[in-house]
Design a protein around this ligand. Structure first.
Ligand code: PLP
Length: 378
């Protein structure tokens, strides 16, 4: 059975489970070969309809909030790890009911909440996030080690006398990177935090590992994991988000109108700002099936969304044939950081969420309507 994009509601996300399973098998092979544990970072991909499938391969979820932690507990029910730059009094007791691992961003947060952890009815492993002040991330928006960063404790601010009750260290410094960047980061972590690692049970390497990208050096990753296992006897956790669902999803859209103003504009039923905000935020240019760069193929269009934001523009693309009202365009790699970040600005409807697998074909998991727009307002 083939995935026919004409069958997908427009606009609509479709996740191809065959591609997801391919990613999951690779991640599982890293777990099997090293004994490390890999968690799904839900901030990148929270399509919980697929959590039972993901849970067959991965060890659990990484969560950034009470709601993500609850989702992971309810829908996957394996290990639930939670890290946030700060926990609130209001959420904390509810987090304690669902978390297995809690990572604090500072010693002040640890001191504020440790009694509540100790009195919790369940055993919870606690860790502290460190900032090794080393990263190869070039975009400021994604660099947790930029000057004055609020993410994690630097070596100078580390409090070795406050480690009672803490069993792990966590760092997150990568963004879409290969394992050479991880190797360099580990050298910094080892050098700055080595004496404290000796007292720990586990280390969490955070996310940003592009493990399922074709040029990723898996053997080097395995050496990195073994280094921490062998030198300090640590259990190793990784919490990639992107790598789990990388290149497994599409956003299907339809041309609503074509206008002219020095160049041809095609207005789509999907919006950069509402349905793929990272295109503007990161920013990046998504691939479209059978389309080329501006001028590469005979017919070039500027593709824009249906909102009134002038900058709701996805980019300039060229096509072999002219586009017309009703033409379908398929954006690639739209599973990650898309559904989780979308919004209803301008009252634009959210795209449908669908899956495809060889046995069941296309399945519409959810379509959204006016109530979804209205329910988040008052
Ligand atoms: C603490 C933490 N863990 C994991 C991730 C997931 O990163 P990625 O989706 O790039 O793998 C992030 C992303 O921001 C993060 O901040």
């Amino acid at each position: 059975m083939n995935l026919d994009f004409n069958e997908v509601p427009s606009p609509g996300y479709v996740v191809d489970e065959r591609l997801l399973v391919k990613n999951l098998k690779l991640l599982k092979s890293v777990q099997d070969r090293t004994g490390c544990k890999i968690l799904l970072a839900q901030k990148a991909f929270s399509m919980f309809a697929l959590y039972p499938l993901i849970g067959q391969y991965l060890s659990g979820v990484a969560s950034s909030s009470l709601y993500e932690a609850r989702l992971g507990r309810e829908e996957m029910d394996k290990e639930v790890h939670v890290y946030a730059p700060a926990f609130s009094d209001r959420d904390f007791d509810r987090i304690l009911r669902v978390a297995d691992h809690l990572v604090f961003n500072s010693f002040s947060q640890w001191d504020r909440f440790k009694d509540r952890v100790n009195h919790a009815s369940r055993h919870i492993e606690c860790g502290i996030r460190v900032n090794p002040e080393y990263s190869q991330v070039e975009t400021g928006l994604y660099d947790p080690c930029a000057p004055f960063s609020r993410m994690g404790v630097t070596a100078a601010n580390f409090q070795p006398d406050d480690l009672d009750g803490l069993s792990g260290l966590h760092f997150h410094t990568l963004c879409e990177q290969n394992s050479d960047a991880l190797e360099h980061t580990l050298q910094a972590v080892d050098q700055k935090f080595g004496p404290y690692l000796k007292k720990m049970k586990w280390i969490n390497f955070g996310g940003g590992h592009h493990i399922t990208r074709s040029d990723y050096d898996v053997e080097r990753l395995i050496r990195c994991i073994r280094f921490m296992q062998n030198k300090y006897g640590l259990d190793v956790y990784l919490e990639p988000g992107e790598a789990v669902a990388l290149n497994t999803g599409y956003l299907v859209s339809t041309v609503l109108d074509i206008t002219e103003n020095g160049m041809a504009n095609a207005i789509l039923d999907t919006s950069a700002t509402c349905h793929m905000p990272d295109v503007l935020e990161m920013p990046y240019r998504p691939k479209i099936i059978s389309a080329g760069k501006s001028g590469e193929l005979p017919y070039t269009y500027r593709l824009g969304g249906p909102t009134c934001l002038a900058g709701d523009v996805i980019g300039d693309y060229s096509f072999r044939e002219p586009l017309h009202v009703g033409s379908r365009l398929v954006f690639c790699d739209m599973a990650i950081y898309s559904m989780v970040k979308n919004n209803t600005f301008n009252g634009i409807a959210l795209p449908a969420i669908t899956t495809f697998n060889a046995k069941d074909g296309l399945q519409v998991i959810r379509e959204f309507n006016y109530d979804d727009f209205k329910n988040r307002l008052s």
